[in-house]
Design a protein around this ligand. Structure first.
Ligand code: GLU
Length: 423
């Protein structure tokens, strides 16, 4: 078994020690319910046919249809997809959505494809996995390097396969195709609500409000903007092109413009009109003196190699799995509080759930209504995770897993366990 999946399952084992969940329930959660690997062949613009590896995993569906994104990434692989589906299972349970967890991926660098190739690839994915997905079975959404346009193509392809419009098969769609207002920045907004709800508890109420954000995609750019508007100083930001740092604070709007113009946030340094902006590598950025570090890029970024150098007092995981389980132990020892992914970034899937509900009832909400419904969920569940952590003397990550596990276990146990059948 791969390191990434082992790490995820060790989180489950750790949480299980703080519950009375029977072994037969834990055994059921040790491996996925269903995984399909497919080869997707697409005609490229130059006439050549190319084949891509693709996967979809439905990890567990006890609490409802499986839910989770599809990523397009050159490093995507089977174990990663299964692990991400495992995390989705717990994430949906932590925010108490009536969903299980799923995930999908294509091993591809979408930056190398033309728009027409990307459309053909997206539609071919739906063909390959049509028997697995469905509005009552498995509902995909955007993830790394996929977006609303791709979701729109996929929904359209599924609808033409079943013969009627079926927007509820996928979430994160463009608004005119049945997308939900507020979905685009929901991951960041959910994290922002969690952060503000726990601000005093995690000791950030009277801090200097210096934040570092790794990743400037959908989640990273939005959280940098929200923090900046709320009076935080975003002192460093990065993307795949590198990191920029200014201790007096960066302007997220200008970062967006620099990324558009130069292809990377590091272009901010070029456009700084003589202002001293430092350009640095990832680990140097992680070692900056700050109050809040927000990894919003990929998994496995903070590991046993660099965890000791982190000076932030709080890490809020907007990416999935950015802190390895080995790093978790070091951070705990060093007193760094980690707000775990399955709570911090759950705003995305929560608004996906709202989108699915709106599609099914054919009645659409305003952006205010969406936020009005998102906020209490993030506040209620972050409060519950915090209290559980305090009560049991465990980290927020373990507490989030305990909360999720108890909810999943309750559903599995409702069918009866050994105690019921052989009292
Ligand atoms: N890909 C996002 C996540 O990892 C969203 C999933 C969804 O909306 O279903 O949470």
């Amino acid at each position: 078994m791969s390191d990434i999946l082992n790490g995820a399952l060790s989180q489950l084992k750790k949480a299980a020690r703080h519950t009375n969940v029977p072994d037969e329930v834990l055994e059921a959660l040790n491996f996925p319910k269903e995984v399909l690997t497919a080869r997707i062949s697409v005609r490229m613009d130059n006439g050549l046919r190319r084949s891509f590896e693709a996967w979809r995993c439905r990890y567990d569906d006890t609490r409802g249809p499986t839910k989770g994104g599809i990523r397009f990434h050159p490093d995507a692989n089977f174990e990663e997809v299964v692990t991400l589906a495992f995390w989705m299972t717990f994430k949906c349970a932590v925010v108490n959505l009536p969903y299980g967890g799923g995930k999908g991926a294509i091993r591809v660098d979408p930056g190398q494809l033309s728009r027409r190739e990307l459309e053909r690839l997206s539609r071919a994915y739906v063909h390959a996995f049509a028997s697995m997905i469905g509005p009552d079975r498995d509902i995909p959404a955007p993830d790394v390097y996929t977006n609303a346009m791709i979701m729109g193509w996929m929904a359209d392809e599924y609808s033409s396969l079943v013969g009627y419009p079926c927007p509820a098969v996928i979430t994160g769609k463009p608004i005119p195709l049945g997308g939900s207002l507020g979905r685009e920045d929901a991951t960041a907004r959910g994290g922002f609500y969690v952060l503000n709800n726990l601000l005093a508890e995690i000791g950030l109420e009277d801090c200097q409000r210096r934040a570092v954000v790794q990743g400037f995609g959908n989640a990273g750019a939005a959280i940098a903007t929200m923090l900046h508007q709320d009076g935080w100083k975003v002192i460093a930001v990065s993307d795949t092109g590198g990191c920029v740092n200014d201790d007096s604070g960066l302007d997220p709007q200008k970062l967006k413009e620099a990324k558009k113009k130069h292809g990377s946030v590091t272009g901010y340094a070029k456009d700084a009109n003589g202002k001293k902006i430092k350009v640095m590598q990832r680990d140097e950025m992680f070692a900056l003196d700050c109050d809040l570090l927000v990894p919003a890029a990929m998994e496995d970024q903070i590991s046993t190699d660099n965890a000791d150098r982190i000076k932030a007092s709080v890490i809020m995981e907007l990416a999935n799995g950015p802190v390895t389980s080995g790093a978790d132990d070091i951070l705990e020892k060093n007193g760094v509080i980690v707000i775990p992914d399955i709570l911090a970034n759950a705003g995305g899937v929560t608004v996906s759930y709202f989108e699915w509900v709106q599609n099914r009832q054919g009645f659409y909400w305003t952006e205010e209504e969406v936020q009005h419904k998102l906020r209490p969920i993030m506040e209620r569940e972050s409060g519950a995770v915090w209290r559980l952590a305090q009560k049991k003397g465990i980290t927020l990550r373990t507490a989030a897993y305990v909360l999720g596990l108890e909810r999943i276990a309750e559903a599995i146990q409702a069918h009866g366990t050994q105690n019921y059948f052989c009292p």
